[in-house]
Design a protein around this ligand. Structure first.
Ligand code: ZN
Length: 236
């Protein structure tokens, strides 16, 4: 299997979505190709963040029993249980069931809204990852954090996947920039909750930019142009 063939399948491999024969062929190539090994490592960190991001928004305990009794009928293999896709499918089912069960409790419906939004965002990232034209940019700099931009230049869609990034400080936000030459374009602000991974959707024509960067700016809206040195930078 050629490098190009593997490059197109590697996100499916990272998501555990290939058949046994394909897995063996990809593994054979990985043993010989450092570039594909690095790409796989980056994708695996992203999928690990996705899996962690799902956990804190599990349905409330009272509903869990009802949901579980219905979802038990679903196919449950070892692979199915481990796959992020299945985890998300399970959450989507749980979210749908809460609606079907007709619960009107306000707190519950708020949780459901949060849950649905997170599932949708994570599904978008999974859809990104499973696109053959998807790319990953690793951001690094003066802070310790795992921050990656997953983007699909062909579809102008991307997401910043953030974990282990500390609070920016009172009244401050992190701001994302896409940079071509010397002109930075604001691409969104975010504040990670302590200990929580975060996914920030980004819609842009990524083919126009060479650099992605993060600065600390005044909240809640951020700045029109960066006012400080980026704390994280990556190449697109
Ligand atoms: Zn390769």
């Amino acid at each position: 299997m050629s490098h190009e063939d593997v490059r197109e399948m590697i996100s499916a491999f990272a998501l555990d979505a290939l058949g046994p024969a394909e897995i063996r062929r990809v593994e054979a190539h990985l043993r010989e190709c450092e570039e594909c090994r690095q790409e796989l490592e980056a994708l695996r960190e992203v999928t690990a963040v996705l899996a962690r991001g799902v956990a804190p928004v599990a349905p409330p305990a009272a509903l869990r029993g009802q949901v579980a009794s219905i979802t038990r009928a679903r196919p449950q293999g070892r692979r199915a249980a481990e796959s992020p896709r299945w985890a998300l499918a399970g959450l989507a089912v749980a979210a749908a069931l809460i609606v079907v069960l007709g619960t009107v409790d306000l707190r519950l419906s708020q949780r459901l809204a949060t849950l649905t939004t997170r599932v949708e965002t994570q599904e978008q990232v999974l859809a990104l990852l499973s696109s053959p034209s998807a790319r990953t940019a690793v951001l690094s700099g003066s802070v310790t954090a795992s921050v990656r931009l997953v983007y699909d230049p062909a579809r102008a869609r991307g997401a910043l996947v953030v974990s282990d990034l500390r609070d920016p400080g009172s009244g401050l936000v992190y701001q994302l920039w896409l940079i071509t030459g010397k002109s930075p374009q604001a691409a969104g602000v975010f504040r990670p909750a302590p200990g929580q991974p975060m996914i920030v959707p980004v819609i842009a024509d990524f083919r126009r930019y060479q650099i992605v960067a993060v600065t600390v700016e005044r909240g809640p809206l951020g700045a029109q142009l960066p006012t400080s040195t980026p704390i994280l930078v990556g190449n697109i």
